[in-house]
Ligand binder design. Structure first.
Ligand SMILES: [Fe+2]
Ligand SMILES: [Fe+2]
Length: 300
């Protein structure tokens, strides 16, 4: 079984300045001046070509489709994503997709934009007392989606997942006898030593979550949010792969090793391959994974 993991697509959608409100204004200015030229649409077109060649059993997108959660960004992103949207697609939101109160549905009073546009590809909802838990089964593998995001001030981008969601996830997997699963969540559960996040950017309670996951660990934890790729191999503290495919559509530079991962699972082993954009060829080509083994990470 082959799975493609994409993340942090941050599509370059131009917005009328007059339509921006509140934190969207500094957010959009920041994006326009610092990021937009790093995200040419030609990289997305090259991803689509490569994904078509790979012909995967599942395409997983771990959030940050938009930049400031503007309705127009959602509308255009859906059109841009169209070539990869099928029964085999599984998407979760990132913090940029839950940027404002309006986009998140004013605390549950209205349908959030992400759900309005992408519900058919977000999996089935597992009922919980409160919170987001979505599931999609692909053959013998279950994909579990969490939402670690909430609208925050423009200076913050941290994440949080209620412990109750972890309990509900593990109970559901046990009840349904689903032994093999991937967990997909926008915020990292682990960072390489040289790419630690500040408390305003990281998932606040990730160590508590990691502790609870020990009861029934996933095969892999797929995420984005920090815009450089990595793969952590299973270790005693976190006995699963941690795979970061952010930011798949960005031009690489010294601080940002962009690309995406393809995982092959044969019901026993998981093999991870990385693809990055080659300027020379104008295509994504297989390249070395940026791997962290147990001895290097010392069980972090
Ligand atoms: Fe992002
Ligand atoms: Fe993010």
């Amino acid at each position: 079984m082959k799975l493609v993991h994409l993340s942090d697509l941050h599509f370059p959608v131009v917005l009328p300045f007059s339509s921006l409100k509140g934190k969207m204004i500094p957010g959009y200015l920041n994006y326009t001046f610092r990021r937009r030229k790093k995200y040419p649409i030609s990289l997305w077109n090259a991803i689509v070509r490569k994904v078509n060649l790979i012909n995967p059993d599942a395409i997983i997108i771990s959030g940050d489709i938009t930049n400031v959660s503007h309705w127009k960004e959602y509308d255009e992103s859906k059109k841009i994503l169209e070539p990869v949207l099928s029964n085999n697609t599984f998407m979760i939101p990132g913090n940029h997709d839950r940027y404002t109160e309006e986009a998140t549905g004013y605390s549950g009073k209205e349908i959030p934009y992400y759900e309005k546009f992408f519900s058919p590809w977000m999996g089935e909802t597992v009922p919980t007392k409160s919170g987001y838990l979505r599931i999609k089964k692909i053959g013998k593998l279950t994909l579990v989606g969490w939402d670690s995001n909430m609208p925050l001030s423009v200076l913050n981008a941290y994440g949080y997942v209620k412990e109750e969601i972890v309990h509900s996830t593990l109970e559901y997997l046990e009840k349904e006898k689903l032994d093999h699963y991937f967990l997909i969540c926008h915020h990292p559960i682990w960072n390489p030593p040289e790419r630690q996040e500040s408390s305003g950017h990281r998932m606040k309670n990730r160590e508590e979550i990691a502790e609870l996951l020990k009861k029934r660990p996933p095969l892999a934890y797929l995420h984005g949010h920090v815009h450089t790729n990595w793969v952590k191999h299973p270790d005693p503290q976190k006995p699963y792969y941690v795979i970061n495919s952010a930011s798949s559509t960005r031009i690489s530079d010294q601080r940002h090793q962009s690309g995406f991962h393809v995982m092959e699972w044969n019901e026993k082993q998981l093999q991870v391959k990385r693809f990055s954009y080659s300027e020379e060829q104008g295509e994504f080509t297989e390249t070395q994974t940026i791997s962290y083994e147990e001895k290097e990470t010392n069980g972090r």
